[in-house]
Design a protein around this ligand. Structure first.
Ligand SMILES: [Zn+2]
Length: 321
């Protein structure tokens, strides 16, 4: 009932405002600003739009705002039919999201203490997003000190193993929205980053130059254990532990590249690399890789599994030991 009253009232209000300002104009700034609330949508349409805005915000930070404006633009152009509205919203969203992601956000983010990681590997910075999707979703922003750590790690790995490209997975959003980067609960301050493990292709017997088992990067658990393993210290297997058994057959041809993964872990856990505060990896894997260091920790039974990637945390500025 409240929603219905709101819907009727806001339509009246808009008719009044628009009628007294720019009746002849087909494009209205107010309609763009008020997006799905600017009229023309049923209550169900408004609710669906608001849900889509919320989901896109949670997934990409800026996607929700862009969708809001795209709906507003479709309203402003007077797109009436279902297909016209869909096309207008889709085109507006694609153009606005692309422009914002590629040009605007990387320029604005440093004002909020976040910098973008490179999406593609370069000779002087041999690291890349495990998939371009991480950049497309604006999940590749960190504090400057984390970018320095990743650049150092990638340079070290390429020096030790020429041709090696280190890849990263989820980092953080470009702005401190107070939201965790779901499904990660701790990626919320630009100081956390997940990096891929290294693998050997069993078909060729050769190490894969680029880290990561597949484009998503997470959940390649079988290269370490024959079957997804429940940690014996976690009585219920861990509430948030995703075992992804149905995926594991996809990675049958891979084995963990213990040499390079161990080198990566040693580099990150070195006491001289003071910017790195903590590293999360499953205890059995740390043991297998010969790592015993105060920085290397178990994330806990109720955190995600860390035998498909390594989680890095850097110290907050001014908190150096
Ligand atoms: Zn993480």
């Amino acid at each position: 009932m409240l929603l219905w009253i709101y819907w009727v009232e806001q339509r009246r209000w808009f008719s009044f405002v628009l009628g007294s300002t720019s009746k002849a104009s087909s494009i209205s700034i107010l309609k763009v600003i008020f997006g799905p609330l600017a009229g023309g949508l049923s209550i169900a349409g408004i609710l669906i739009s608001l849900c889509a805005v919320a989901l896109l915000t949670l997934a990409t930070a800026i996607g929700g705002l862009v969708l809001w404006l795209a709906i507003g633009i479709a309203n402003a152009f007077g797109a009436q039919s279902h297909w016209c509205r869909t096309i207008a919203i889709t085109l507006s969203f694609a153009v606005l999201y692309g422009v914002a992601t590629v040009w605007i956000v990387p320029i604005v983010a440093p004002a909020f203490g976040r910098v973008p990681l490179n999406c593609l590997a370069r000779d002087d910075a041999p690291y890349a997003a495990n998939s371009p999707l991480y950049c497309a979703l604006n999940r590749h922003y960190v504090r400057p000190e984390m970018r320095t750590v990743l650049e150092g790690l990638a340079g070290h790995m390429a020096q030790q193993f020429p041709g090696t490209v280190t890849t990263y997975l989820d980092a953080d959003f470009p702005f401190p929205l107070g939201l965790p980067l779901l499904p990660h609960l701790s990626h919320d301050d630009g100081g956390k980053l997940d990096v891929s493990l290294f693998y050997i292709d069993g078909r060729s017997g050769k190490a894969r130059a680029t880290a990561g088992a597949w484009p998503i990067g997470y959940w390649a658990l079988s290269p370490v254990w024959p079957e997804p393993r429940r940690d014996p210290t976690c009585s219920d297997g861990g509430m948030l532990r995703w075992h992804m058994a149905f995926l594991q057959g996809r990675f049958d041809y891979l084995t963990l590249d213990a040499q390079r993964t161990s080198e990566m872990l040693d580099y990150l856990s070195d006491e001289n690399l003071r910017a790195v505060d903590r590293i999360f990896i499953e205890p059995y894997l740390a043991k297998r890789l010969g790592s015993a260091n105060m920085k290397v920790r178990f994330a806990g039974c109720h955190a995600a599994r860390h035998d498909d990637h390594i989680h890095i945390e850097v110290r907050k500025p001014g908190n150096m030991p």
